[in-house]
Ligand binder design. Structure first.
Ligand code: FE
Ligand code: FE
Ligand code: ZN
Length: 304
């Protein structure tokens, strides 16, 4: 069964609101940040919302094991020059895993980190060390290291870099990978030949480690290291390649999450931006690109 959803908001009624938004897109999974992705201010988890959300998920045949949390991307495990920031990041991620456990969430996506001013290998070693401090047996939720586009000094662009980190992690049952199609493409992998990528991944890491896939088209060309997401079928990856990846039988049980931009984001009128996910999910389920989908989205949300 296709497991497809998108990034949704956690504001308001937390996981319950996130679930309701996902249901409005006809999704059967979703991903959220527990607060703004750009800061580390977090509210405590309200048990009441979690209980209600789990009930509503059961009614809608949504498996909590397919629901994903995303850690904020400003924490950095790659560099310990600023030891306070490094320690803060470790503590923050450990607490984020505790929040996931409270909500029965089993997967959290993490950008591995940045190796600013140090060698890539030092960065990767710092990350592995930090992960072993974080995964101390006090939590259950898995960490999925996201494949990065290789912007600046980002760690985790190649399969080799991810394998380097993963090999050093002691609690193997708590570590995995989240593929991001835009990042792979921007990072230089020609994913129109996706089986080649999976073959290499299978040899160096193992396909069972893939816990989530972010489905995004790219505004830029192969190997551009820019990391700008585009709506499905209108970027440089293209609809057919994305469909091949989404329906790859080797990854059937892996949740697929859209992180594509809102429609109208680049327009002047910031009051009129609309989520594309209901329509992108429909195209993906139909395996058919709708060239008018942006107009359809505008019309739909004007009326509703
Ligand atoms: Fe991410
Ligand atoms: Fe992503
Ligand atoms: Zn990205």
């Amino acid at each position: 069964m296709l497991i497809i959803g998108s990034h949704v908001s956690f504001n308001g009624t937390q996981i319950l609101g996130a679930l309701q938004e996902a249901l409005s897109y006809n999704a059967n999974t979703f991903m959220f940040y527990t607060g703004a992705p750009t800061n580390t201010i977090r509210k405590s988890i309200d048990e009441k919302y979690t209980t209600e959300a789990l009930k509503l998920m059961a009614e809608n045949n949504i498996d909590i094991n397919n629901v994903v949390c995303h850690a904020p991307y400003i924490v950095n495990l790659g560099n310990k020059k600023d030891i306070d920031k490094y320690e803060f990041s470790i503590n923050f991620i450990r607490n984020e895993l505790k929040r996931c456990d409270e909500m029965k969430i089993t997967k959290m996506v993490l950008h591995p980190g940045n190796a600013i001013g140090i060698s890539p290998e030092e960065g990767l070693t710092n990350i592995a060390e930090a992960l072993n401090k974080i995964l101390d047996g006090s939590t259950k939720c898995k960490i999925l290291l996201e494949t990065m586009a290789g912007k600046g000094s980002e760690c985790g662009r190649t399969i080799d870099e991810l394998a380097f980190i993963i090999d050093k992690v002691k609690r193997q049952e708590q570590i995995g990978v989240c593929l991001d199609t835009c990042h792979l493409f921007d990072g230089g992998y020609d994913i129109s030949q996706f089986d080649n990528y999976l073959d290499e991944f299978s040899k160096k890491i193992g396909l069972s480690k893939i816990g989530c896939i972010h489905i995004n088209d790219s505004k830029n060309t192969l190997g551009s290291h820019k990391d700008r997401h585009e709506n499905i079928g209108v970027g440089n990856i293209g609809f057919d390649t994305l469909i091949k990846i989404i329906y790859s039988d080797k990854l059937e049980n892996v949740p697929k999450i859209l992180e594509t931009p809102y429609i109208g984001e680049n327009d002047d009128d910031k009051n009129r931006i609309y989520p594309p996910y209901k329509f992108e999910i429909e195209m993906i389920r139909n395996k058919k690109f709708n060239p008018h989908f942006k107009d359809d989205i505008r019309n739909y949300y004007h009326q509703n």
